[in-house]
Design a protein around this ligand. Sequence first.
Ligand code: CTP
Ligand code: MG
Length: 461
Amino acid sequence: MNEILKLVLKEVKPTPADRKRLERVAAELIGQTNAACAKLNIDAKAMLVGSAARDTWLRSERDIDIFILFPEELPREELERQGLAVAREVAGAKGREQFAEHPYVTTRFKGFDVDLVPCYDVAKPSEIKSAVDRSPHHQRYITEYLTSELADEVLLTKQFMLGVGCYGSELKVQGFSGYLCELLVLHYGSFEKLVEGASGWKPSTVIDPERSYPDPSEAKRMFEKQPLIVIDPVDASRNVGAAVSMQNFATFVRACQDFARGPSERFFFPKPARRLSARQIQATLKHRGTALFCVTFSPPDVVPDVLYPQLRKAERTLVTRLARAGFEVMRSDVWSNSRALILLELAVAKLPRVRAHVGPPVSIEVKDFIQTHLKSKQKLAGPFTNAAGRLVFELKREQPNAGEVLEQALKERATLGKHVGEAIAKEYQIYTGKDIVQLCGDEKVRAFISEYLTRCLPWYR
Ligand code: CTP
Ligand code: MG
């Protein structure tokens, strides 16, 4: 095991030269940001936070997080106005303003991805005024406890998360943030001990580094239905694991169990998913024998943290509509790049005209069940009793074609998420079965569909 971890660390740990370069660039950015504040006569100061400030960045990931700290008394609109003014001054024309919950600017600077984030310099992180105000406190907390040995353990943890596909708290991923990895390493003491501990995690596991809750069941109540509860040591009202979905929780726990049994570099550096050719995709579709539908449209111009929840909402709506119309959806997924895709895989695309409408069992009064359906134009047979003792009518199914159900559901803009609904209202296409191969001229779409059709936990590939 140790040999493997050493090899991995050698791959992912920045070299002293890498470090020097990042430190130089970060110092330059801090200087420029403070200079911009002075020039614009704005009362704020720059602070380096995140992995770049803690030596917990992976060599493959080059991002620098600069926070611009404003006095607590400043009104919110002023923070946004002055914050963006400073950030624009630093980033120049290449800067891109991002609006999720909080406005900030991203830019490229000397080969690094830079985030310039205005925030409040709050004294107590439990009294934050905007969602990002905790970060400077995280910075102080982690640097207090994280030794350089532990920083190496964080690197192993982050690479493991990346390899098994769980790294990142952004809503596209719904996984483990860098800060969460750091807290887990601090709590368990090493990557290996984390793996051992996490192998036994059950949903609603509580980790409370500062014992903010005398009783873990209190934390469970507070963060109901969240599979992983890691109490933020700087703010007890926040679960640092809030972003972790049940799916990623389960993937990580399974990865830890498997790694504990058979450690391998495969977990950190899995084989990429198999890339199928258009012909192989066609053959696979035929072989699976399912009915695959692909709804495609032009993605709305919003950040991924806004787009992905809406795509999943639209996906859920379509799955529910199909299920209600009697169609079993075996699996579905969403994706976006130059086109947005909602993939729906059905057991069948066409159902018979007749459907059974099951009424009450013999122990329960009939009421108007029979009268309602007896004269109905939809009636094909019935009433009769079935083997379970229930009354049954056989009625005409309204929509025997899944495609029609889908078309109808796509007309109901309100249920598809705001921007996604608007985009679909403008234009969409549905590809079915082997026609889906036509979409695979786009390499990235082909990669997505290949991964979908050959899906497998990365370390089993
Ligand atoms: N942060 C947070 N919760 C999140 C995302 C970010 O509290 N879900 C805060 C943390 O204080 C974090 C900082 O924002 O340190 C910067 O975020 P990010 O760049 O996403 O994470 P890093 O810790 O820098 O990790 P890396 O860049 O290596 O992925
Ligand atoms: Mg970062």
